[in-house]
Design a protein around this ligand. Sequence first.
Ligand code: SAH
Ligand code: SF4
Length: 343
Amino acid sequence: MTKCLFSSGFEDLAKTLTELNMPAFRANQVRDWIFKKFVFSFDEMSNISESDIKKLKEVYSKILPPVEKYLVDKADQTGKALIKLSDGELIEAVAIPGNNTMTFCLSTQVGCPVKCLFCRTGKQGFTRNLSAEEIVLQVMVLVKKTGKKPTNIVYMGMGEPFFNSEELYRSIDILTDPKGLGLATRRITISTSGHVQGILELINRPGEVNLAVSLHVANDDARDKLVPMNKKFPLDVLKKALTEYCSKTGRRVTMEVVLLKNTNDQYNDLMNLINFCEGLIVHVNLVRFNNFKECEFEAASDKNEKEFKKELKKAGIAVTVRSSHGQNILAACGQLSGKTQKD
Ligand code: SAH
Ligand code: SF4
């Protein structure tokens, strides 16, 4: 049975080369074609002999897995790829063009076990973790589709990255390897729903990977419901970890807050948020809620959003309002589910 190179992994490639009596340097040649020249077909690898290409093709039917669908939002050119993995599972990866930037948003799991109430991925439930290769192949699929290299990577697709730390960091190592894409760690952001062990581990990692925390609300009762990760790591524990993160790394944490009508958009929610940010190096990102069919929430009013922005600024906290990308193709935050239809 033939397989896909990326889904099987590069260790498998090295083993396969030995079995096929090919020199070990072939693996580096193949990697070079893929990561440096963005060539995704063995036939185009001109420094590999025809007979070796034939042998490779007998083992690997493809380099990248099939893309079931690729949708582009006409309004903002955001592209979403629906990728079919070797076991038939579907994952999504999103390319967000900006002014002189190209941000790729990657998934780390099929579905998500955290089950935040306002998130479409959470509603889907959890199937499995992705391997590092399955994370990296999303980048390659998007490079192929957009014809551009990413300037930034955000781990904000499907899944909780810190529930899959080992493969997450292995994927970062591949993406930052000078022999690969050679991305700078400061161009990479991990978004977590508040996995404290993951945050503490990040402090001691080499490099300058950025951290975003999906806080949403700074009251334990409300957060227990909205972001069930809070039951495992309540706010005082989270704050302690973030304080340590800021003091040890000197890096700024992005606090993501999706404002939901009558849920976390009231005056006391604002005060709790300001209170939580005190003493931390933070930047609050007010994210527009993206609706989807089976969700009971509504976005907060523009008035409340403006009020939050004004008061956070007044309290000396940096704040931005994140415009939504790819809403028309369900590619915006929290809309990913491995399905493209609207229901
Ligand atoms: N699991 C990680 C990363 C993926 S979710 C996390 O939760 O941080 C990426 C971002 O999308 C998070 O900030 C999440 O809170 C946000 N999000 C989820 N559902 C959303 C929705 N319906 N509208 C807007 N943002 C949403
Ligand atoms: Fe999982 Fe993040 Fe969605 Fe919560 S918001 S269910 S942590 S993907």
